[in-house]
Design a binder for this molecule. Sequence first.
Ligand SMILES: [Zn+2]
Ligand SMILES: [Zn+2]
Length: 330
Amino acid sequence: MSSEEVEDMVESIISNIETIGEWDQVYQDFNGLLGYHDINTARIAQAAFDKGIFYPATLYRDASPEVRDQLLARLFDPACEEAGHLLLCLAQQGDEVIQEAFLRLERNPLSWRSKLYVNPSVYAHHGGGHFDEQGNCSSLYFKRCFTMLPGVGVDQAAKAGQLLEQHCPHCGCQLIDVLRLDGLDDRFSFLAVEGVLAIPICPNCITFTEETFIRYGVDGRSEIVFGEPPFDTENYCTETDLLEMSQNQLTLSTEAVPKYYASGGDEVITIGGWPEWVQDAHFATCPDCSQTMKFLAAIPWNVLMDGSEGTLYIEICTDCRTLCLFHQQT
Ligand SMILES: [Zn+2]
Ligand SMILES: [Zn+2]
């Protein structure tokens, strides 16, 4: 798309903003522009605010200070009826003013808090922001993002779905390195992994386990921390499935892609950037240092195995060399 075409589409979204909640053309156009063209959403946010539209929250990703302040004014009304939506919209923009406001609301809740399930700090996670009790803020995702595209060649910086020799102690299925990243490749310098990061899983049990933890070395050796058995230990993963997963030709993109690439509408593997959540945003707690882990990669299963459902999310604590993996599906 040329920049004129992008501009025309933005105009069309603005004129039809009241239909975005129908999950139809305007919704798809908006996600496509966000994911593949990294548009600034300031004008769209203004149009949405003028019509009282607060969904999807991503409309407000680049909300102007004026729109931000109007959202905050509504939120600071103790009788606010739409606090949940406003928190999600503000979390997307997430500047310092918003971080400070969230912290104040966390410490001094208004009466609408009793109608919500979680604190403002959890809403902040939906925009990728994290703050602790002392008010220290950090980001839960990497700003660089790469994808994996079909191709054959010598580029070995990332491999998906490589078969391993070991078998799962719970179900007997052969293990795979669902992802193997060469941290020494320039494209992965943002990860600060001084070697090969291997991510082994049992492709069968991973969907029957809430969270799986892995400790990684930088020599390509990683260890799955097998905890409680999964809630189903039958092996549904056939030889054919394993072969299909391991025979993909996916290759790391040569260039970085926009950080919201995963939300563009296609099923794609992303490494870094911001994921498209199937369910709620979820950030695991590092079992070693108790910090909130950072988003590393997402793999829609359908990319590796035609006809499969759901997405695998991988999060990382580089301080403790720990990974957390979990599966979401509708
Ligand atoms: Zn297993
Ligand atoms: Zn840690």
